[in-house]
Design a protein around this ligand. Structure first.
Ligand code: GDP
Ligand code: CA
Length: 314
């Protein structure tokens, strides 16, 4: 079975661990969001690709959900002693090594897809991890506060401001001119099904779908998604702030309607949202527990997604 998954960071990575667990024989290609990528301290940082790589490769900080396990912060302290920031973006010593290797390879002329493959040679995530594009796409958020109206990098809004300042709009800058990375469209075309893990519908999945060609290729397949919204709120993070910015209500149903029946064939919602189950014009909706409490519970969610895809393909 050939499966393609579109993934952001934590929600995507945890789901993928369950998917790999329940379908160990499947050939899984993960198309990762790169809209969160940022250059800091002269280094290129790809938070979502790294979260997937570390989670599936066994190097993730489990409690935090991102960054390396057994991390130390000497480099950060030394930078702070020089008053070199930003102080709001935490990078540990082990994590820094990944960004140094990536930046060195990018500077040598390798595309991000080749760099990601090289990094995965170490981590052996058990899936093929592809960035959505090798081109530069950056999510920017237009905010307005005491300092006036301005666009900031997604990370500044999310990490420094904790999405506390309302977003006027969110844009994937560069997406219109970006090309899917090598292998992305081919993997989608060859897939038996595409899964949308419970990743952020706006700044993770939405950004991947904004790369020209990806949405149409995905829509041509049997697509099943897992809701990141349970009981009208994100399980963790501030996805509600992103949904509000694009005028979508924070509910499992509204997210499915936002993806639309042209894209989505099946949608898993939590039992807390069971009252709103019942198919949504053209989308088969099923309710089941969706909290990814451990690998087994997550594998059961992934299995339910595969079963629904199977049912819808029949
Ligand atoms: P990020 O890039 O690290 O923000 O991660 P993603 O975009 O992949 O995923 C973020 C989303 O995962 C959030 O909107 C959360 O609501 C969702 N999420 C986190 N944990 C769970 C869970 O246990 N169950 C479900 N259904 N969604 C979850
Ligand atoms: Ca992210």
């Amino acid at each position: 079975m050939r499966i393609v998954a579109l993934a952001g960071g934590i929600g995507g990575a945890r789901f993928l661990r369950g998917l790999r667990h329940t379908a160990p024989e499947a050939d899984i290609t993960v198309i990762g969001n790169t809209g969160d990528d940022i250059s800091l301290f002269g280094l290129r940082i790809c938070p979502d690709l790294d979260t997937v790589m570390y989670t599936l490769g066994g190097g993730i900080n489990e409690e935090q959900g991102w960054g390396r396990a057994d991390e130390t912060f000497t480099l950060r302290e030394e930078l702070a002693a020089y008053e070199v920031g930003p102080a709001w973006f935490t990078l540990g010593d082990r994590d820094f090594a990944t960004h140094i290797v990536r930046t060195q390879m990018l500077d040598a002329g390798y595309p991000l897809s080749a760099v990601t493959e090289a990094l995965c040679d170490r981590w052996r995530p058990g899936v093929r991890l592809l960035p959505m594009t090798d081109d530069r796409v950056e999510t920017h958020v237009v905010i307005e506060d005491d300092e006036g109206k301005r666009a900031v990098h997604f990370q500044e809004w999310w990490v420094r401001l904790h999405a506390g300042t309302p977003a006027r709009s969110i844009a994937a800058v560069g997406a219109d001119d970006a090309k899917p990375a090598p292998g992305v469209l081919e993997a989608i075309e060859a897939a038996d099904l595409v899964v949308l893990p419970p990743s952020n519908p706006v700044v993770s999945i939405g950004t991947i779908l904004a790369v020209p060609g990806i949405r149409a290729a995905v829509a041509a397949k049997t697509v099943v998604g897992v809701s990141p919204i349970i009981g009208g709120a994100p399980v963790r993070g501030m996805a509600d702030a992103c949904l509000t910015a694009i005028g979508v209500e924070t509910s499992a149903r509204a997210v499915a309607a936002h993806y639309g029946p042209d894209l989505l064939d099946g949608w898993l919602v939590d039992t807390a949202d069971d009252g709103t189950a019942g198919d949504l014009d053209g989308i088969a909706v099923r309710a089941r527990p969706l909290l990814m409490t451990d690998v087994e519970a997550t594998a059961d969610i992934a299995r339910a997604a595969l079963d629904l895809a199977e049912e819808l393909r029949a």
